[in-house]
Every structure is written in structure tokens, then in C-alpha cells.
Ligand binder design. Structure first.
Ligand code: UDX
Length: 435
């Protein structure tokens, strides 16, 4: 890789920050990573990666000499002109995005006409304009501002960084926008260069649209259960229409993660704050909540009362290949099941440590088979590969009951049924249609 690439600063070493830092280091930049969490920085300096993300540890290790970790923002300011901001913007009680971490970064940057803030954190449309107002009142208007939203998906973040569908850069047409364009040039991705407010909205609207697609197919799945149709066939037929596409039409027990729930809410609040009632998003959110809870009524349909019943949750993370538990369906499920009197056994190959902070009263099993032991029902919550390839005859022997509830429509239902188990998916038609 060439060594004439410009150095950059990355403030915040969470998912987005670390992947961005490792990615640009891989492309040849020296990257100054800053975080206020001294513990995290010490771990990173020692070569430890605090999150589970396929390929990230390797990419960090390969580019170790170009990655510099510090708690001192001055180090980034000294070496780099572009300061990527990748701090958390979690939802507040009101559903608006909490921008306090973003504002702390803005406060920490001194007046300068040779630096730019490049916003990677997901922020409401209008944030760039309001930050620029703040900069002006503080006499720091020399700082440039670029919106460069991140679209990476957890579990494939490294791949997504290297092969983005598009790079969106919103700026004032000054040196900073040009510099960010140049940084991304080696990736040869479609470029959307636009104004700051539009770039901010691309991110929120994209996530809200994808979440809408999921809630839509989940509602279709629920109707399929009434009509005896199979949502997998329906989605396949729909998706072959180019205008619809196959992706994000997998029915299941709801979306989770750090982005969809937060961003859908943030867009709804943003619209509401400006006087527009975004009706569709209310439904998207409500459908998602109900979808998680439908698991309970499905279990009751087969088992009757759940009091004293043993239910196994296979998978806890909000999706496979991550240890992220944010807004995971397992959080609602484990709590609802216990409230209904069930004994809950759980297993996740990676997310257990995270989950232990969040889920109480359940038995954390040592592996999938241990989790299944004595279960009246097994619910597939996260479609990790190792659950898809389970030996169902062995599962049948270990279970006390026979119900397998496939919350991600990921299992081979013929194989499950062949082992003498009762398969129920999401929108997979009536059980009788299987026999
Ligand atoms: C998402 C966006 O895809 C990404 O562009 C953005 O930057 C951050 O938010 P992520 O949260 O990592 O990424 O995961 P994603 O793979 O998009 O899945 C989100 C949730 O939707 C998961 O809970 C997943 O199980 C669910 N999902 C996804 C479905 O239920 N059905 C689908 O068809 C697709």
C-alpha cells in the first residue's frame, strides 16, 4: 500500500470507529484512534480487540504500525487534519438521539482552520447545521464539517468497509469534502457527494426503509399463518421483481441491533419535532415489538400454560456473527417467558458474556445440547451456523417435549420433522401442510 495516504484521526473506538480506523490503516493511512475510555485504549494498545467482529482482529494486527491509540485528542490533532467522529448516539428516554458524546468531541476541538470534523456517528438531519452554529458562536468557524454516514453491518463490517454499496459525503464544497473523497477513492465505490443535511437524511431514511421492509414481511408472514401460505415462497416470488429485491425479506421474530430500533425512532422523533407525524414508522416499530411477543402465544398454542415448562433459547445476540446484545429479541423473550412462569435455558456461542449483564434468572448452558436438555420447547432466536446444522435426532433424544420454534426460518423443517419433532416457523403455513 502507498505511504502517501493522508493520516486521519478517529474519535471513538466502538464498532464503527474501530472498523473505520482499521480500514483506513489497511488503505495506507496512519490512524490516530482516540477514546475517553482509558481501559479500552490500554487493551487496544496491548493488541486486544474489545468487540467480536469477523476479520477485524486480523486487520488491526496486519496494520498495527499504522494504528495509534490514545486518550489524548491532541495526538490526533497534531498528526491529522480529518477527524472522523464515531462516538455513540444512543436513544434518549424521549426516543431522540443523545448527542452529548458528539458535543463533547466538538467542545474538545480547539479553533483551527486546518482541521475538519467528519461525522460518522448517526445523527439526526440538521445536526451538521447546528454544530456549525455552535462552532461559529465559539469562534471556531474555521473548522470544516463533513457528514459521512456509515452503512456497515455488524458481522460483516470489515467486508462492508472494503466493498461499500456507496459512499455518501455531505459537505460545504471545501477542502475537507475533497479530502474525504480522496480517502475513499481506492475503494472505487459509487459516490454520492451532496449537502450535509441530505447526507444525514440518506442514513436515517435507508435504515428506516430497511426496517420497514422487515416489518412488512413479518406482517405478511403473520397473514400467511392464517392463509396456509409459506412466507419463504412468497418472499422469493416478490423478491424476483427488481423493484423489490430479495434482500431484507426474511420474516422472523423481529429486528434488533444498534441501528434499526434507534434510527427508526430517531427519524420518527425528528419528524415529530418538526411538526410532521410519520405514521408509517409508528407501525414499523409496533409490528416489531409484537413480533417478538408472538413467540409466547405460539408456545402457548402448543404447550398450554407455560408455568413450569422448560423453554430453550438458541442464540441471544441480535443476529449471528456478533456478540452485540443491543435490542436483541432474546431480551424481550427471556423476560416474557419468565414472567409467564417458564424455566429458561439459553446458549449463545459468542454473546454469553454480554448477555450475562442483561439477562437474569436464566440458565446459561455450556453448549447447544446442554441448553436443549429436558426442554419442552426449543426456540431458534439467532441463526448461528452451529444451530442450523444440529443433529435433530440427537436433539429429539435430549428434549422432554417435541416443539421446535424456528424464529428465523433458518432450519431445515423436513429434517426437524423427520426426527419426530414438531416444527413451527414464522409464516410457514399451517403445521398440517407439513405432514
Ligand atoms: C444495520 C444496517 O443494515 C446497516 O446498513 C447500518 O449501518 C446499521 O444497521 P446491522 O444492525 O448490523 O446493520 O444488522 P442487519 O444485518 O442489517 O440486521 C438488523 C436486524 O434485522 C437483525 O436483527 C436481523 O435479524 C434483522 N433482519 C434482517 C430480519 O429480521 N430480516 C431480514 O430480512 C434482515
Amino acid at each position: 500500500m502507498s505511504n502517501d495516504r493522508q493520516p486521519i484521526g478517529v474519535i471513538g473506538t466502538g464498532y464503527v470507529g474501530l472498523v473505520t480506523a482499521a480500514g483506513f490503516a489497511h488503505l495506507g493511512s496512519d490512524v490516530y484512534c482516540i477514546d475517553i475510555d482509558a481501559d479500552k485504549i490500554a487493551r487496544l494498545q496491548a493488541g486486544e480487540i474489545p468487540i467480536y467482529e469477523p476479520g477485524l482482529a486480523e486487520m488491526v494486527a496486519e496494520n498495527r504500525e499504522r494504528l495509534h491509540f490514545s486518550t489524548n485528542i491532541a495526538e490526533a490533532l497534531e498528526h491529522a487534519r480529518l477527524l472522523f467522529v464515531a462516538v455513540g448516539t444512543p436513544p434518549t428516554y424521549s426516543g431522540d438521539a443523545d448527542l452529548s458524546a458528539v458535543h463533547s468531541v466538538v467542545d474538545a476541538i480547539p479553533a483551527s482552520d486546518r482541521h475538519a470534523l467528519v461525522m460518522k456517528s448517526t445523527v439526526p438531519a440538521g445536526t451538521g447545521a447546528s454544530i456549525k452554529r455552535v462552532l461559529k458562536t465559539e469562534g471556531k468557524e474555521g473548522l470544516s464539517y463533513v457528514s459521512c454516514p456509515e452503512f456497515l453491518k455488524e458481522g460483516s463490517a470489515v467486508k462492508d468497509f472494503l466493498n461499500p454499496d456507496r459512499v455518501v459525503i455531505g459537505d460545504d464544497g471545501d477542502w475537507a469534502g475533497d479530502a474525504v473523497v480522496e480517502l475513499y477513492a481506492p475503494l472505487d465505490a459509487a459516490l454520492v457527494r451532496t449537502d450535509i443535511a441530505s447526507a444525514e437524511m440518506v442514513k436515517l431514511a435507508s435504515n428506516a426503509f430497511l426496517a420497514t421492509k422487515i416489518s412488512f414481511i413479518n406482517e405478511i408472514a403473520n397473514v400467511c399463518e392464517e392463509t396456509g401460505s409459506d412466507v419463504i415462497e412468497v418472499a422469493r416470488g416478490m423478491g424476483l421483481d427488481d423493484r423489490i429485491g430479495q434482500k431484507f425479506l426474511q420474516a422472523g421474530i423481529g429486528f434488533g441491533g444498534s441501528c434499526f430500533p434507534k434510527d427508526v425512532n430517531a427519524l420518527k422523533q425528528l419528524a415529530g419535532n418538526s411538526g410532521y407525524h410519520f405514521q408509517l414508522l409508528n407501525a414499523v416499530i409496533e409490528v416489531n415489538e409484537l413480533q417478538k411477543r408472538r413467540v409466547i402465544s405460539k408456545l402457548q398454542k402448543h404447550l398450554g400454560s407455560l408455568v413450569g415448562r422448560t423453554v430453550t433459547l438458541l442464540g441471544l445476540a441480535f443476529k449471528p456473527n456478533t456478540d452485540d446484545m443491543r435490542e436483541a429479541s432474546s431480551l424481550v423473550l427471556s423476560a416474557r417467558l419468565q414472567a409467564d412462569g417458564a424455566k429458561v435455558r439459553v446458549f449463545d456461542p459468542i454473546a454469553e458474556e454480554e448477555a450475562r449483564h442483561l439477562i437474569r434468572g436464566v440458565h446459561f448452558a455450556t453448549d447447544a445440547m446442554d441448553a436443549i436438555e429436558g426442554a419442552d420447547a426449543v426456540v431458534l432466536v439467532t441463526e448461528w451456523d452451529e444451530f442450523i446444522t444440529l443433529d435433530w435426532a440427537q436433539v429429539a433424544e435430549r428434549m422432554a417435549g417435541t416443539l421446535v420454534l424456528d424464529g428465523r426460518n433458518a432450519l431445515d423443517r423436513e429434517a426437524v420433522a423427520a426426527a419426530g419433532l414438531t416444527y413451527e416457523g414464522i409464516g410457514r403455513g399451517t403445521l398440517t401442510s407439513l405432514r
